[in-house]
Ligand binder design. Structure first.
Ligand SMILES: Cc1ncc(COP(=O)(O)OP(=O)(O)O)c(N)n1
Ligand SMILES: Cc1ncsc1CCOP(=O)(O)O
Ligand SMILES: [Mg+2]
Length: 210
């Protein structure tokens, strides 16, 4: 499988009222390669049920599922994991999930955090936010030169995140990002069909840039 593409991230507000599964299926049918389940509700029963449904959907379509923040849930489902700087130990995650699991780490705008994350067991690294983000407005910001420096230094997949849209994504791909992680610019659409078109457009971007 190609090590580049659209990385769709769920959002419980945008995907409320029965939209989670149809909108995610639309994103995958539009070409999303990775899907992150990002849910901050703390409702363990709901989280297990939704993540289980997403795992089945991803298996069916050959998309990789990554759970945000929650090693136990990732281990229970046998899928990938994304950890931020305050979300627990990458070493423990790698030990529990095994050598083949997709494990990503938030590195904000720091090559040093990326070095450390890789040493601790991450398999890919995420930088951002690159642009103003409606989903997470307050995060530290990263820029294109940082991305170029990361590309020159690391051979693992690099993820760019934060306020990414079709209009601003090109410089990120040109600088060497392998995955574009998108919430609002994908799931902020008015219908599942619009999400599918948006995902298709993002996916075609990778063909043009690279
Ligand atoms: C691909 C990707 N990159 C960064 C983040 C942010 O993680 P974190 O800093 O832990 O913030 P939350 O998403 O948990 O609010 C991410 N989730 N995914
Ligand atoms: C989780 C996260 N981490 C840094 S920015 C961000 C939010 C990305 O969402 P959006 O694509 O809507 O800006
Ligand atoms: Mg987190």
């Amino acid at each position: 499988m190609s090590q580049r593409g659209l990385y769709a991230i769920t959002d419980s507000t945008l995907l409320a009222d029965g939209k989670l599964l149809p909108y995610v299926e639309a994103a995958i049918s539009g070409g999303a390669r990775w899907l992150q389940y990002r849910d901050k509700s703390g409702d363990a029963v709901k989280r297990l049920e939704e993540a289980g449904q997403l795992a089945a959907l991803c298996r069916k379509h050959g998309c990789e599922l990554i759970i945000n923040d929650d090693l136990a849930l990732a281990a229970e489902l046998g899928v990938g994991l994304h950890l931020g700087q305050e979300d627990g130990s990458l070493r423990e995650a790698r030990q529990q999930l095994g050598p083949d699991a997709l494990i990503g780490a938030t590195c904000h705008a720091s090559l040093q955090l990326a070095e450390q994350a890789l040493e601790d067991g991450a398999g890919h690294i995420a930088f951002g936010r690159f642009f103003t983000s409606q989903t997470k407005p307050g995060g530290p910001s990263a820029d294109v030169p940082l991305l170029r420096a990361a590309r020159a230094r690391f051979s693992v997949p690099i993820v760019a995140i934060g306020g990414i849209t079709l209009d601003n994504a090109a410089p990120l791909l040109d600088a060497g990002a392998d995955y574009l992680a998108v919430i609002n610019g994908l799931f902020g659409e008015k219908s599942a069909e619009d999400v599918r078109h948006r995902a298709l457009a993002f996916s075609q971007f990778f063909t043009c840039h690279g």
